[in-house]
Ligand binder design. Structure first.
Ligand code: AMP
Length: 215
């Protein structure tokens, strides 16, 4: 099985949802930079305070704040059994700095999975997405609603709409994705890059992923 993974794709492509399934079936560690930032904001840390205004507007947090955070997380012992980088790298400079750090740590990437979906599908998913305040799991009001309205199936936490999932901010995030993150696909072009059609339902996407990483 390919074990050191990057999940690449626009917001709403389903990276986090698929990562949550994969960690149940494997020893991989899920590293979501968005989740880390949301937790830092909730805990009112210095990093959270610096990141908040960028996240609220749908912009990217500056590379220097993100890269150090990810590199120190990758140095933790649990990452030796493999990792999923979800939402990182999001710019070519982030990808270059990641390469350098992974070479030093001797934890090279095995595969980069590009989850591809059209803007209409992404916007529909983002604006109907509801997220658990406690465990961060995503539901969708249209496609995968929770069993009980407003309550997380996993931990009974309260579900809310992320402020950056509002229509206006979601549209801006897609613009930012095209300008700053799409070039990262070109950066990884080669045998390591695997493209998955992210438009079908989650179970179909998950099967495609398992095939791509030989799980
Ligand atoms: P996500 O949960 O992955 O959609 O991330 C939410 C927000 O966190 C993004 O819109 C960015 O503002 C910020 N963020 C997450 N990952 C990165 C990254 N690799 N580089 C810059 N900003 C990021």
């Amino acid at each position: 099985m390919k074990k050191n993974l990057v999940f690449l794709g626009a917001p709403g492509a389903g990276k986090g949802t698929i990562a949550a399934l994969l960690i149940k079936d494997s020893p991989l560690v899920h590293i979501s930079t968005g989740d880390i930032f949301r937790s830092e904001i909730k805990n009112k840390t210095e990093l959270g305070t610096k990141a908040k205004s960028f996240i609220d507007s749908g912009a990217l947090v500056p590379d220097e704040l993100v890269v150090d955070m990810v590199v120190s997380r990758l140095q933790c012992e649990d990452c030796n059994s493999g990792y999923i980088l979800d939402g990182f790298p999001r710019t070519v400079p982030q990808a270059e700095l990641l390469d350098k750090a992974l070479m030093k740590m001797n934890k090279p990437l095995d595969a980069v999975i590009f989850f591809n979906a059209k803007d209409e599908v992404l916007l529909e998913r983002l604006t109907a997405r509801i997220t658990c305040k406690e465990c961060g799991v995503n539901f969708n009001k249209l496609f995968s609603p929770p069993k009980k309205d407003g309550v997380c199936d996993m931990c009974n936490g309260v579900l809310y709409q992320r402020s950056d999932d509002s229509l206006e901010t979601a549209k801006n995030r897609l613009v930012v994705y095209k300008e700053q993150t799409e070039p990262v696909i070109g950066y990884y072009k080669g045998p390591m890059l695997k493209e998955i059609d992210a438009e079908p339902a989650t179970d179909i996407n998950y099967n495609a992923l398992k095939k791509a990483i030989e799980l």
